[in-house]
Design a protein around this ligand. Structure first.
Ligand code: G6P
Length: 612
């Protein structure tokens, strides 16, 4: 969602800005623009993709060593040329790029209109730059001060970068609630919403904190203050990211690459944590809060989207293994309820990006009520990783495809480790059983590898069903969240309506939809409830629905009934989600490709949802 790039230094800014925008395309956007400083501020922007912006700029003057650029995901005002960023101030002396939402923009706008300002766009961002210009004019302060004063008047979330015609040797940036990273080069600075546009130039970065305002001048040290005017010392960190992780590496799409990376990303997520010889799991992040975690009366999992589905698998795991009651909440609902929380509660916040606005707000709410917050994040240095008391990173590596794949299986892996560790410390699992499960977890990457190879018939299934209007996904127990995730993947990237349901609930509604045109995906690997799932399959068959079944290798009964069968290796029931998800990811991928959809950047979706 909204991407920010900025540059100041001795190099030509334009290519750096355009490359940076391309690196951020994965976040999801609908228009793009740049502002370049060269005696005056030149803003070029248009609806569409970064490539459209390049075409639009064509041979226009781009000579500049300082500039800002933006990809916009529409909130206030439709995606069009005028609402695209950057936005000029009224007299075109300043330009701003903004990610986030200024909630009180309407009242500020009214006030500025009364004072004679004329607005061009429908955006809240334009209001902010007009306000900054107004402050500069009235209070005779420099840009940095004007920005700082203005930010004291706004309510909401922002990551902003501003250029000024009158102060051509600097950029001013600030953040609250939306991410902003500053890359520190030799006499030059790079700004971006995340580190991906920066990594090819420098590994040294400063993550701005909420309410930080930064003054960025080439050849000079970074100056950071809070909006309340307190001096801060910027903390320079070294990135672990590697540029190859941001390339497609021979795959047609990032999503496909990421699906195939899962043997590695799962292994990376348990590497160094799972100790077969000593029969234990050690997770650094759990040590400090070991006592609290062990004695938790309840675990509340908060997340959005795919991460919420991982949370549902977590619910089964924690209850099954560690015998702790678990509630799984959509962060967006949790934050606006009046949830009952106590100091004995553990809140686990799951987020790939670590920037999801609703999850972040839910964390702050839970913190204010005294709960201990444990983060399961993929992005190191992200807002959620920093807002939690403790946590464990999922070492999935950068996930670029908007539809989450390897991040999901990495989250499930980390939750499995946590549940097992808690089970051991609470004495709810025998030593032998613990050993059996961790031994199996240790070889899961090989089974994922096998699943990736053996699910080749997925392409044939995709061809057969690529033109249907609806899909139903059914599963029970650990496979219920898998069904939800399978359905989400399909609708996200192929735009086919798909629903996931607990298999037994089918008779309370979805069964009415079943006819000869309706494909139903059954995840039918369960041991305990196998026969019951078979009955559900019969019910669909009796109504002429088309059955696609994910089964365990060697299955015979479901094979007889299903129209299409995909086998996955046998494993522990609780580890099945790590395997059963794979063919469903591939199915949605191939259907989307066959329908000609933009797999990595599906319409309307954003990778990192930084607005609520
Ligand atoms: C967006 C993404 C999803 C993701 C969800 C939660 O909707 O498109 O793939 O699952 O946000 O994101 P998070 O980064 O918090 O896991």
């Amino acid at each position: 969602m909204c991407g920010i790039v900025g540059y100041i230094g001795d190099k030509q800014a334009y290519p750096i800005l355009i490359n940076g925008l391309k690196r951020l395309e994965y976040r999801g956007y609908d228009s793009a623009g740049v502002a370049l400083l060269n005696g005056k501020v030149d803003v070029y922007k248009c609806k569409g993709k970064v490539a459209d912006l390049e075409d639009f700029i064509g041979k226009k003057p781009i000579d500049s060593k300082i500039g800002i650029a933006h990809t916009r995901w529409a909130t206030h005002g439709e995606p069009n040329n005028v609402n695209a960023h950057p936005h000029y101030s009224q007299n075109n002396d300043l330009a701003i790029i903004h990610n986030g939402i200024i909630e009180n923009y309407a009242s500020i706008k009214k006030e500025l209109i009364n004072r004679g300002y004329v607005f061009e766009s429908d955006t809240d961002s334009e209001v902010l730059i007009y306000l900054i210009e107004d402050i500069q004019k009235n209070e005779q302060v420099n840009l940095f001060e004007a920005v700082r004063i203005a930010l004291n008047q706004v309510i909401g979330a922002y990551a902003i970068v501003i250029v000024s015609k009158h102060e051509p040797n600097l950029l001013v940036a600030a953040r609250k609630g939306s991410p902003l990273v500053i890359g520190v080069g030799k006499g030059e600075y790079f700004l971006a919403s995340d580190a991906s546009p920066i990594i090819e130039y420098t590994k040294h970065v400063v993550y701005l904190e909420d309410e930080d305002v930064a003054l960025i001048k080439k050849d000079e040290p970074l100056v950071v203050k809070t909006v309340k005017n307190k001096d801060k010392t910027p903390y320079v960190q070294e990135l672990e990211l590697n540029i190859n992780q941001l390339e497609k590496g021979g795959f047609e799409h990032f999503m496909l690459k990421e699906i195939y990376e899962q043997p590695k990303s799962i292994r990376d997520s348990f590497r160094g944590r799972l100790n077969l010889e000593q029969n234990l799991i050690s997770m650094g992040g759990m040590i400090e809060y070991e006592h609290k975690l062990k004695n938790a009366k309840r675990i509340i999992i908060i997340a959005c989207g795919t991460s919420w589905h991982a949370g549902l698998v977590g619910e089964y795991l924690f209850e099954d293994l560690a015998r702790i009651p678990v509630e799984v909440e959509y962060a967006s609902e949790f934050r606006y309820r009046n949830p009952v929380l106590s100091e004995d509660d553990i809140v686990i916040a799951i987020s790939q990006s670590g920037e999801t606005a609703d999850t972040l707000a839910a964390i702050e709410l839970a913190k204010s009520k005294g709960a201990t917050i444990f983060g399961v994040c993929n992005v190191v240095g992200s807002s959620i990783a920093r807002a939690t008391h403790a946590g464990a990173f999922t070492h999935a590596g950068p996930e670029i495809g908007v539809a989450s794949t390897k991040a999901f299986t990495a989250q499930v892996t980390v939750l499995t480790l946590m549940a097992l560790h808690l089970a051991q410390s609470r004495g709810t699992i025998s030593t032998t059983r613990f050993h059996e499960i961790i031994t199996e977890l240790n070889i899961i990457p090989e089974k994922v590898e096998k699943t990736l190879k053996t699910s080749s018939q997925v392409k044939e299934i995709a061809e057969r069903f690529k033109d249907v209007a609806n899909f139903l996904y059914l599963g029970r127990g650990y496979n219920f969240p898998v069904a939800l995730e399978g359905a989400l993947k399909l609708k996200e990237i192929s735009y086919i309506h798909a629903e996931g349901y607990p298999a037994a609930e089918m008779k309370h509604g979805p069964i009415a939809l079943i006819d000869e045109d309706m494909p139903v995906v059954f995840i039918a690997t369960n041991r305990g409830t196998y026969e019951k799932v078979v009955s559900n399959i019969m019910e669909v068959k009796a109504r002429k629905g088309k059955i696609i079944a994910i089964v365990t290798e060697g299955d015979t009964e479901v094979k007889e009934l299903a129209d299409y069968v995909i086998e996955i290796p046998e494993t522990e029931e609780m580890l099945v989600p790590l395997l059963a998800t794979i063919p469903l990811q591939k199915l949605s991928y191939h259907i989307a490709v066959k329908r000609g959809c933009n797999v990595d950047q599906p319409r309307n979706l954003a990778k990192s949802v930084t607005v609520e």
